[in-house]
Design a protein around this ligand. Structure first.
Ligand code: NAD
Length: 487
């Protein structure tokens, strides 16, 4: 076996080697990156017990300034090891290095700083009421820690999505057992090192590696001492975790899949809309839950739009992560590529026209052992086609014409998912009118993936349960309790 680093679990302030190991593969060239220690039931049990002890101990008694200072120390620690985090994200995912720098690691830092600052300004409700004897009462709302939060995260934006949950969970005084995706263990392991260095009491933060069903993920979500599960991943997995969590009536927050639409009206700024759809369909090789896989273009613009999008798509540079010109890296794994390619094939069978792409690029070098796939544009499918209804999660969009505003709103809403949408128009009243009628948790107008971390994030239908972000995170990660005092 190649001599590669061994990633361990971090439990009760200690680094644990476990007998069961799995391989982490670089999707650029199929080479082994590291071996990872998988947590079995006994390791999950130790992590939960450690978190339990820590939650009875000093952590929840720290005042808000002390907790905020520790969160800022974690952010400082990521900043100090910025390049190591970039390297870890790139090795696990093959994404462009410039993306890892500007998005993934930058957001990892911002997540800790945002919640550190937010808890210092968090307010609560207070009502003056009337007591049975006609006197007065004061009723006010407090947020107490939930206890132990189980965090299960996916591979597509590993550090960003993991820290999006760890930061508010810790900020509100909870202890954490986190399980990153088995595909992306590296930045999570670095994060545990940084958290250890920041001086959190032992057991407050625990990291376990491993798979989902019948493994670490399932052991965590079924553990009776976990108070809440926050999960980002596929809708089907969310459903399985919800069943598991039902036994203990645990709180759940789910950020799940999407089949997001983008709508381009004829009055849109043409080039801005083209660039916007290029971003919203092909960023991170389409492996962002918010990506637009359904694009609706007003008919007068349709042919010109498809032509221009095709040209831009064919200009995308598929390359190594450290190539300064790279636009798109590989998919996360060959297994995921097989899934995406099966949808390209299904699209053909369903009668789609492949405008561009539809296969695997040939490089003639080690990248042919990786998981690259061609960015692909489809047209000609009915809204009822499976490729129009199921999340593909690759660099692919279908472009369809539409004639009226009412028609396109109905078609956008005709989906089992309800995560996000974007609208391209220069008409102000239309932007408000259409955005207000779209059944998704987020609507962007003339932009995409622009996030203010103080705002709620999440979706309805198959796209999730609840919202996180800003005070919505503070609410989820707290046991909200009312105190009534007769005065
Ligand atoms: P996934 O559901 O396969 O896995 C996510 C995590 O769940 C992994 O850590 C995995 O090990 C774990 N897991 C799997 N089965 C489990 C089980 N039965 N019990 C407990 N844990 C289990 O998702 P993925 O393939 O890693 O990520 C891609 C999916 O995530 C896409 O559907 C995408 O849309 C979605 N996603 C959603 C958002 C959002 O905010 N809505 C953000 C990013 C990704």
């Amino acid at each position: 076996m190649a001599d590669v680093p061994l990633l361990r679990c971090f439990v009760d302030g200690q680094w644990l080697k476990t007998p069961e190991r799995f391989a982490n593969i670089n999707p650029v060239n199929g080479q082994l990156v590291n071996q990872v220690c998988a947590a079995d039931t006994s390791v999950v049990q130790r992590a939960v017990e450690a978190a339990n002890r820590a939650s009875q101990d000093t952590w929840k008694t720290l005042n808000v300034n002390e907790r905020a200072a520790l969160l800022h120390r974690i952010a400082d620690g990521i900043e100090r090891r910025f390049d190591d985090f970039v390297q870890a994200e790139v090795m696990d995912t093959g994404r462009p290095m410039h993306q890892a720098r500007s998005l993934d690691v930058a957001r990892g830092i911002a997540n800790f700083r945002t919640f550190a600052d937010l808890i210092k300004t968090a307010s609560s409700e207070m009502f003056e009421g009337i007591a049975p004897d006609g006197g007065r009462t004061l009723n006010y709302v407090t947020r107490k820690p939930l206890g132990i939060v189980g965090i299960i995260s996916p591979w597509n934006l590993p550090l960003l999505l993991l820290t999006w949950k760890i930061a508010p969970a810790l900020a509100m005084g909870n202890c954490v057992v986190a399980k990153p995706s088995e595909e992306t263990p590296s930045s999570a392991t670095l994060l545990a090192e940084v958290i250890q260095g920041a001086g959190l009491p032992r057991g407050v933060f625990n990291l376990i590696h491993g798979f989902g069903p019948g493994a670490a993920g399932e052991f965590l979500s079924t553990h009776p001492d976990i108070a809440a599960i926050t999960f980002t991943g596929e809708s089907r997995t969310g459903s399985a975790i919800m069943k598991a969590a039902a036994e203990g009536v645990k709180e759940v927050s789910f950020e799940l899949g999407g089949k997001n639409a983008a709508v381009v009206f004829a009055d849109a700024d043409f080039e801005a809309a083209i660039s916007g759809i290029m971003r919203s369909s092909f960023t991170n090789a389409g492996q962002v839950c918010l990506c637009s896989e359904r694009v609706y273009v007003e008919r007068p613009l349709f042919d010109r739009f498809v032509d221009r999008l095709k040209t831009r798509c064919e200009e995308l540079v598929l390359s190594y992560p450290d190539d300064p010109d790279v636009d798109m890296g590989p998919l996360i794994s060959q297994q995921h590529r097989d899934k995406v390619l099966s949808y390209y094939q299904l699209a053909r069978e369903e009668g789609a026209r492949i405008v561009t792409g539809g296969g695997i690029p040939i490089f003639g070098d080690e990248r042919d052992q990786g998981a690259y796939v061609q960015p692909t544009i489809l047209t000609g499918l009915p809204d009822s086609a499976r490729c129009m209804r199921e999340e593909i999660f690759g660099p692919v969009c279908h472009v369809a014409p539409f004639d009226t505003e009412a028609e396109v709103i109905a078609r956008v809403n005709d989906s089992d998912y309800g995560l996000a949408a974007c609208i391209w128009t220069t008409e102000l009243s239309r932007a408000h009118r259409v955005a207000g009628q779209i059944e998704t948790g987020m609507v962007w107008v003339n932009t995409w993936f622009t996030r203010d971390l103080r705002t709620p994030f999440g979706g309805g239908k198959l796209s999730g349960i609840g919202r996180e972000g800003g005070r919505y995170s503070l609410d989820f990660y707290s046991d909200i309790s009312t105190i009534c005092i007769k005065i």
